[in-house]
Ligand binder design. Structure first.
Ligand SMILES: C[S@@+](CC[C@H](N)C(=O)[O-])C[C@H]1O[C@@H](n2cnc3c(N)ncnc32)[C@H](O)[C@@H]1O
Length: 258
């Protein structure tokens, strides 16, 4: 597909979704005035991450008092195999599974009753959080808008099994619309996972807002922090000492609220 066809397809996908018009106007502004926002400071951020990073297994072990911990695949084999089958049979390709054991263990560690995530796609991170939160009959609040131009709306969250959906509230707007709606229902969270708008400006808008909603002893986690310098800059500007996790050649950052 050439660039003009692709842009037209995305533009029309926005037009038939009036609830996403505010995001359409922001996208137009970004494409005119913030074209380098996706990769701003990428090289420096990658070096910073590489210097600090530890593995997911190492961190989970540390989190759980140096005891070996079973992976989600071992704990919930049937659910995970079924989710993989659903992903394989989905006709549109979306953002795939990230550090699921990490998400599950952070929810377990905080005994999370309320968690928030931005970015759902197939719903792998939602599944990992829900497998923990549902034990306490808590709630996962998720914010997600579809991939425009892919018409994937009906497949968003498809790997989450029916029996976990009573613990899940999915807000299908851009974060800037979803988050205020979520905060009207729940103002403090044990665990927050940011995995939606990965641009420098998108992250720098979201991090302070989300950090203010993490309870003491809770965690803010962000994926793909080597994409640009936003997570690094945010930590440096606010004197946060994050833990950086290397996973599948990418980096996730975690900040504990003390
Ligand atoms: C990388 S995927 C999420 C993957 C998911 N967290 C997981 O680990 O399984 C990113 C998702 O965020 C959505 N997204 C991108 N920008 C967004 C925004 N500004 N507001 C809400 N959702 C957004 C994308 O359409 C996509 O569904």
């Amino acid at each position: 597909m050439n660039k003009v066809t692709e842009v037209s397809k995305i533009f029309f996908a926005y037009l038939v979704r009036p609830h996403l018009y505010p995001e359409l106007f922001r996208k137009i502004f970004k494409n005119i005035f913030q074209r380098k926002s996706a990769t701003k400071g990428k090289m420096e951020a990658e070096m910073w991450c590489a210097n600090l990073a530890i593995s997911q297994d190492q961190y989970i072990k540390q989190l759980n008092g140096n005891t070996e911990t079973a992976s989600l695949n071992d704990l919930f084999p049937e659910i995970l195999v079924n989710a993989q089958k659903i992903e394989a049979s989905t006709p549109v390709k979306m953002g795939g599974a990230g550090a699921l054991d990490l998400i599950y263990n952070l929810c377990e560690h905080t005994q999370a009753k309320n968690a928030l995530e931005t970015g759902v796609a197939y719903g792998w991170s939602s599944l990992a959080a829900l497998l923990s939160i549902s034990k306490r009959n808590g709630t996962l609040f998720s914010s997600d808008m579809p991939y425009l131009g892919k018409d994937n709306d009906v497949y968003v969250g498809c790997v989450v099994p029916e029996n976990l959906k009573s613990n899940w509230k999915l807000f299908r707007f851009a974060d800037r619309e979803s988050l205020p709606k979520i905060f009207r229902e729940q103002d403090e969270f044990d665990f927050i996972h940011y995995d939606s708008d990965k641009s420098y400006n998108g992250r720098m808008w979201a991090y302070p807002l989300l950090w203010g909603k993490v309870r003491n002893g809770g965690f803010l986690m962000s994926d793909d922090i080597g994409d640009n310098a936003a997570f690094m800059d945010y930590c440096k500007q606010n004197n946060h000492t994050p833990t950086i996790i290397e996973f599948d050649g990418k980096y996730a950052g975690i900040i504990l609220k003390k």
